[in-house]
Ligand binder design. Structure first.
Ligand SMILES: [Zn+2]
Length: 584
C-alpha cells in the first residue's frame, strides 16, 4: 500500500496520547478539586444551557476552554476557578451552547458556486413564479455578452404560482442570444432554453442516457426540462469554473456556514482536482476555520470508479484535521419526487418504479454493476456512502454492503446510506445489526413533505425519513442539509426533526416519526462525528475534545420549535478560536 494512501485510509484521530501530551491542559471531571490551582483557561463561558451531547446528554451551565480544547465542563462555581487575568469571560445569560454543527452531507463547493455572483438565486421565496424566473434571467441577459452561459439554481415547481412545468419557450422570449441552464433545488432537474438545447444537440431524436429523462410534448419535441443523466448532455457544454472562482466560492461558503455555527462538513462527490484545492486551502489554515471531510466521486461504472481510486493515490493529505477523505460516494438512484427517478419496490402514484442510475441495460445488470463498485471500494479499505432514496435501491445497497463485509470482514467500516428516505423497518434492523449508518435530510423533508403525496401517496410520504424508527432500531442517524438542495439552515432541520411540519401546509407529516430535541441535536453533532471516524476528538463538548462550538442567541429548550429557524447564531468557535461573533 503506497505511503500516501495511508493518510486517506487512517483518518486523522489525535490519539488519546496526543491529548495527554498537552497533559497539563487535560482535566477530567472528578479531579477538578485536586488539580493544579494554576490552571488558567483561555475562555470561560458561564450561565448557559450547554448541551454536552455526551453519552448521557448531560446539560451543564459552564464550560472552560484552553489550548483549543474543551478543558472542563460543570457548574459556574467549578469553572470560575479557571478564570485568570487573560481569560475571556463570556456570560451566556441562559443562552444555548451546542457542539459545533457538523453538516454531514453538504456540497460546499457546489453550494458556493450556486450563490450569487456565480449563479442566479432562484430559491423560494426569492422567486415565486415562472414569470419571476424569466424576469431574473432577462435582467442578467441584458448585462452579459451574447453567447455567454447564464446559470441559476434553486427553482422548485410546486412553488410556482403558475402551477405548471416550466418550458424553454418561457426563457426563449428573454434570451434569444444566450444559452440558459437553470438547475432546480434538488440538482436532479435542469430547465434549459432552446439555445442551450441546440448547443447540447438535444432534439426530437436524442436518446437520453440510462435513467435520464428528456421531457417531451405531445409532438415529441423536448420541452426544456431534463432529468438526471439527461442534464449532463447540457452540463458538459457549460464552461467549468476557474480555480480562482472555485477558491472564492469555497472561501465565501465556509464563512457563511461558520456564521451559522456549522464548523464541520462532508462534501460528497469531489473529484481529485477539487480535493487538491480543498487541501491547498486547508494548508493555509490560518484562513480556513472549517473542518472538511470529503467523499471521492465514483462515476457510474466500475471502470470510472477504478480510475478515480487510482487518481486518489496521487494525493497526499497532510492536514487531515482540516481536510480528510474517508471514502467514496456512489450515486445509486434518483429521487422519489415528481421526477420519479428513485427505484421503488411498489410503483409511484400513476405508475413506474424508477431505476438505478449506474451503468447497465437491465435491472440485473445495474445491480451487478453497483455490487461490483461496492465490493471494489470495500476492498480498498475505504468508507462507502451511497445515494439511495427508493426502498428497492436501499435494500439492494444494504444487501451489497452486508455481502462485501461477509466476504472481506473489516473492523467498523461505517458504510452508510445517503438520504435513505424510504428505508423499511426490516432494513433498519439489518442496518443496526451491521453498523450501517443513515444520513437523513430533515430540511428536505420540510420542503417536500406536502408535495410528496402526489408522487408516492399519503402513507409513504408521511413515513419518508423515519427518524424515530431508525433511532429505535439502533441505527446511527446523521442529519444533513444536502445544500444546495436546501440552504443549510440546520435550525430548520432541528425543528423538522421534532415537529415534521410541511413548509406549504404547516401540517404534521408522520407524527409517529418525530424525535426529541436531544435526539435531534445528536444527529447534527455526535453522530456526524461518528460518520467522519472522528468521534475521538469532536462531536461533543467533553474535556479533551476540540473546542468547536456554537452559541445560539436564545435558550433552545424554552423556544417554540416553530421559531427555531429564526434563532440567530451569536458565536461560533473552532479549535478554541472565535470564527463568528454577532455580539451577545
Ligand atoms: Zn447530495
Amino acid at each position: 500500500m503506497p505511503e500516501k494512501m495511508s493518510i486517506v485510509r487512517n483518518q486523522f484521530r489525535p490519539s488519546r496520547r496526543q491529548f495527554m501530551v498537552g497533559a497539563s491542559t487535560l482535566v477530567l471531571p472528578g479531579w477538578l478539586a485536586s488539580c493544579s490551582p494554576s490552571a488558567v483557561a483561555d475562555i470561560v463561558m458561564l450561565g448557559g444551557e450547554i448541551h454536552t451531547v455526551d453519552a448521557a446528554n448531560r446539560r451543564v451551565e459552564a464550560l472552560a476552554i484552553a489550548g483549543g480544547k474543551v478543558f472542563a465542563t460543570g457548574t459556574n462555581k467549578e469553572m470560575e476557578r479557571f478564570i485568570g487575568a487573560n481569560t475571556r469571560r463570556v456570560d451566556l445569560g441562559g443562552r444555548t451552547v451546542l457542539p459545533g454543527i457538523n453538516d454531514s452531507h453538504l456540497h460546499l463547493l457546489i453550494w458556493g458556486l450556486s450563490q450569487p455572483p456565480f449563479s442566479i438565486d432562484l430559491t423560494y421565496p426569492t422567486v415565486q413564479s415562472i414569470a419571476d424566473v424569466v424576469a431574473a434571467v432577462g435582467q442578467v441577459a441584458a448585462t452579459k455578452p451574447a453567447g455567454e452561459w447564464i446559470v441559476g439554481r434553486g427553482w422548485d415547481q410546486p412553488y410556482f404560482s403558475e402551477r405548471r412545468a416550466p418550458t424553454a419557450a418561457d426563457l426563449d422570449a428573454v434570451t434569444p442570444d444566450h444559452p440558459v441552464a437553470l438547475t432546480d433545488f434538488s440538482g436532479h432537474a435542469i430547465w434549459a432554453n432552446s439555445r442551450a438545447m441546440a448547443i447540447a444537440g438535444i432534439g426530437a431524436d436524442t436518446v437520453p442516457p440510462a435513467g435520464g429523462v428528456i421531457v417531451r410534448d405531445a409532438d415529441g419535441n423536448a420541452t426544456g426540462e431534463l432529468f438526471e443523466g439527461a442534464g449532463w448532455l447540457l452540463r458538459e457544454k457549460i464552461p467549468l469554473p476557474t480555480v480562482a472562482q472555485k477558491t472564492a466560492a469555497i472561501t465565501v461558503a465556509m464563512q457563511r456556514m461558520l456564521a451559522r455555527g456549522i464548523t464541520s462538513a462532508t462534501d460528497p462527490r469531489l473529484d481529485p482536482p477539487d480535493i487538491e484545492l480543498f487541501n491547498e486551502i486547508a494548508a493555509g489554515s490560518s484562513t480556513q476555520k472549517m473542518r472538511m471531510n470529503g467523499l471521492l466521486g465514483a462515476g457510474v461504472t466500475a471502470v470510472t470508479l477504478r480510475e478515480a481510486l487510482d487518481s486518489l493515490q496521487q494525493i497526499s493529505l497532510p492536514n487531515p484535521a482540516w481536510m480528510q477523505i474517508t471514502g467514496v460516494k456512489i450515486m445509486g438512484d434518483g429521487i422519489p419526487t415528481g421526477n420519479k427517478t428513485a427505484w421503488l419496490n411498489e410503483p409511484y402514484e400513476g405508475g413506474g418504479n424508477g431505476s438505478l442510475l449506474v451503468h447497465g441495460e437491465t435491472d440485473e445488470e445495474r445491480v451487478a454493476e453497483l455490487t461490483a463498485m461496492i465490493n471494489m471500494i470495500h476492498a480498498e479499505g475505504l468508507q462507502i456512502g451511497t445515494h439511495a432514496t427508493g426502498d428497492r435501491t436501499i435494500d439492494t445497497v444494504v444487501a451489497a454492503y452486508q455481502a462485501a463485509q461477509k466476504a472481506n470482514p473489516r473492523i467498523d467500516p461505517r458504510h452508510y446510506l445517503i438520504h435513505a428516505d424510504m428505508v423499511s423497518e426490516e432494513t433498519l434492523a439489518t442496518m443496526a445489526a451491521e453498523g450501517i449508518g443513515a444520513n437523513f435530510n430533515p430540511e428536505i423533508k420540510y420542503l417536500i413533505a406536502d408535495s410528496q403525496v402526489q408522487s408516492i401517496g399519503p402513507l409513504r410520504a408521511a413515513r419518508e425519513w423515519p427518524f424515530n424508527s431508525a433511532l429505535a432500531a439502533g441505527v446511527q442517524v446523521a442529519s444533513s442539509s444536502d445544500a444546495p438542495v436546501t440552504q443549510g439552515n440546520w435550525l430548520q432541520g432541528l425543528a423538522t426533526c421534532v415537529e415534521r411540519k410541511g413548509k406549504q401546509s404547516g401540517e404534521v407529516s408522520g407524527p409517529e416519526q418525530r424525535i426529541t430535541l436531544d435526539q435531534a441535536i445528536r444527529t447534527y453533532t455526535a453522530t456526524p462525528a461518528w460518520q467522519d471516524h472522528a468521534e475521538d476528538y469532536k462531536g461533543s463538548l467533553e474535556a479533551g475534545k476540540v473546542a468547536d462550538l456554537c452559541v445560539l442567541d436564545e435558550r433552545l429548550s424554552a423556544a417554540d420549535p416553530s421559531s427555531f429557524a429564526g434563532i440567530k447564531v451569536a458565536m461560533a468557535l473552532v479549535d478554541g478560536s472565535v470564527v463568528h461573533d454577532a455580539g451577545l
